[in-house]
Write a protein of this length. Sequence first.
Length: 242
Amino acid sequence: MKIHCLQHLKNETLGNIGTWVSLKGHSLTKTLLYEKPVFPEPEEFDMLLIMGGTMSVYQEKEFPWLRLEKEFVKKVIDTGKPVLGSCFGAQMIAEVLGGKVARNRFKEIGWHRVKALAEENLNNGGGINSELPAGLFPEFTAFMWHGDTFEIPEGAVKLFESKACPNQGFIYRGNILGLQFHPEADRRWIRNLIEDSGHELVEGKFIQSEEELLGHKHLLEGSQNIAFSLMDWLEEKCEKLK
């Protein structure tokens, strides 16, 4: 399987997802937006990953390549290929689909509980509860580092919520997945974020300390399990399209 990744910062890598790709032996190509916004044609890959970033999707003046990236993401979504967006990546998908992205009421940094919507609510969107990995229901703990949030786009179904952020995830057309949390977060990935953005670790209702971010081995293991389950699910989606 051929996977293409949109990476916005040198240190915001694939983390757990990269480990999964290596274990599976899939091919991986990248567009490094911080170097040069060069995009492949959608027929050159089977799945698109859109990673995080410290910028906001509405900062087109500061980051002119955002317009090009949005055009590319829209083109890929229109093909029906599976897409996974994490944090900034989810916000990118939401905006491309017509949802608004803005500042969240709270910054959310650290390990926080995420709640899945009740099955009857998900069934209103096509019974997708039974399709997603079982480990994501009814609650799980995920790593967060964000200040923005997204509206659920028209035609998408809300999946998850947390105390600090009502919209933690959505699915669109069965295989376009936007997640506000970071399933890719492993220990090295978190250390990289602390190195780049540790100044954000100030006192706040939903902001944890550096020790709390790195001091939970079982949560790091859980994060990897979530990432692997999600990628297995997307892999199945790709196989069905062949």
